[in-house]
Write a protein that binds this ligand. Structure first.
Ligand SMILES: Cc1cc2nc3c(=O)[nH]c(=O)nc-3n(C[C@H](O)[C@H](O)[C@H](O)COP(=O)(O)OP(=O)(O)OC[C@H]3O[C@@H](n4cnc5c(N)ncnc54)[C@H](O)[C@@H]3O)c2cc1C
Length: 385
């Protein structure tokens, strides 16, 4: 399918594919097995300017947007979604600054992210507040020229590895989410520590850690936007990043389908390649159709986000929901085509299935995406749109 990508977009896609094929593929199984953060690869990506893809040129980036980011994430995820998400989570952690930061904050932090000198992370989730983000308990108490942070954030991607953290905390707990604000907290700030590194089902090359704030003092200038705007910052950030999760899912599914197609040619049973059996052909045909539909949706919504449209929650939720369900189905069917070999770690499809599962969970579970879509539909109907 021709998506009429620009020359620059094709270059980004080719670059990501080359890094994925040449640098990531040879080590992906080892990174997964050892649960090792891919610093060497991250540095290589940084040298190729990949971290600047979505950052404006005036801050040292390439000036692309959601679409360019989606293309890169898809290509990296086609080979290893654990590495891809370490890259994508840095964008997630940067979006609050990009969308709502002051000029000074942008000048201070965006060039570091664009050059790959610093990774970023986004910290909303807490032990008792996942889908119900309004239930967060971390506080940021104003004290003179500083805020004092106390609380724990859980399951933060790039936790411990990133230097820059966008953290949502309550400045006015009595107001609930209306009393939430967003902050930039730098690694190394006294009172900011990391808890245990999680052992996960999939995306095992990525780091997922707890962030612990104990009387952590940050300057008042580190607030993003204004007091009370934290929930808006968080929701708009997720609106911008959800097509990236959709792209991750499309990439995983594409990788699994390619493995299944290749295997179906080689594997001979009953004297013929299994690709000659219609049952296998139909599985492949369904995979290809679903992946193309998911990709078309992701690209379309990514372009919609880049258009500057304001009301995007319904579409971005769809761009995460559908591809992630497709990735789960496609990876399970890919294992089916490989039969017992698909169940073994000698082939990459079992890893792809483990990696696919998270796309249905993080940045809002798929149940929450359905809630968002339905709510937006009902709101639009009430407004007569
Ligand atoms: C590997 C990993 C990386 C992550 N990275 C980050 C990160 O970088 N930053 C960050 O802030 N967070 C991160 N998260 C957290 C992630 O966003 C949450 O796990 C997710 O939002 C769901 O929250 P929960 O796990 O607490 O599930 P819960 O909210 O406890 O939900 C449990 C189940 O109940 C369902 N459910 C809950 N409420 C409703 C409802 N109203 N309607 C229908 N069903 C409902 C859910 O869909 C789910 O099936 C990460 C999580 C993981 C596992």
């Amino acid at each position: 399918m021709d998506y009429f990508l620009t020359e620059e977009q094709l270059m980004i896609k080719d670059l990501a594919r080359r890094i994925a094929e040449e640098r990531i593929k040879p080590v992906r199984a080892e990174l997964d097995e050892k649960e090792e953060f891919p610093w060497n690869i991250i540095q290589e990506m940084a040298k190729s300017d990949m971290f600047g893809i979505f950052i404006p040129e005036e801050f040292g980036g390439l000036g692309g947007g959601c679409m360019e980011l989606a293309l890169a994430v898809e290509e990296l995820s086609r080979v290893c979604s654990g590495v891809a998400i370490s890259f994508a989570a840095s964008a997630l952690g940067t979006f609050p600054i990009l969308l709502f930061g002051s000029q000074e904050q942008k000048e201070k932090y965006l060039p570091k992210v664009a050059s790959g000198q610093s990774l970023a992370a986004f910290a909303l989730t807490e032990p008792d507040a996942g889908s119900d983000a309004a239930g967060i308990k971390t506080t940021a108490k104003p004290d003179g020229e500083e805020y004092v942070l106390n609380g724990t954030k859980q399951w933060i991607t790039n936790g411990g590895e990133a230097d820059i953290y966008s953290v949502i905390a309550l400045t006015n707990p009595a107001k609930g989410m209306r009393g939430a604000s967003a902050f930039i907290v730098e690694k190394g700030t006294p009172g900011f520590d990391f808890g245990k590194k999680e052992k996960k089902l999939g995306i095992r090359a990525s780091a997922t850690r707890e962030l612990v704030f104990s009387d952590c003092r940050i300057p008042k200038s580190n607030i993003i936007a204004k007091e009370g705007m934290g929930f808006i910052v968080a929701m708009k950030t997720l609106d911008s990043s959800r097509p990236g999760i959709g792209a991750q899912a499309v990439g995983i599914a594409q990788g699994a389908m390619e493995e299944a197609l290749a295997y179906s040619h080689q594997r001979v049973q009953f004297g013929q390649p299994i690709s000659s059996f219609q049952a296998v052909q139909h599985l492949l045909a369904d995979m290809a159709t679903q992946i193309e539909a998911a990709r078309a949706l992701v690209y379309c919504v990514a372009r919609f986000v880049d258009s500057g449209a304001k009301d995007i929650s319904q579409e971005t939720a769809m761009a995460k929901l559908f591809p992630s369900d497709v990735a789960m189905k496609v990876t399970i069917d890919a294992i089916q085509i490989l039969g017992g070999y698909g169940y073994m770690r000698d082939y990459p499809v079992e890893k792809m299935m483990r990696d696919a599962k998270i796309t249905q969970i993080y940045e809002g579970t798929n149940q929450i995406q359905r809630n968002v879509i339905a709510l937006e539909m009902l709101k639009k109907r009430a407004k007569g749109k």
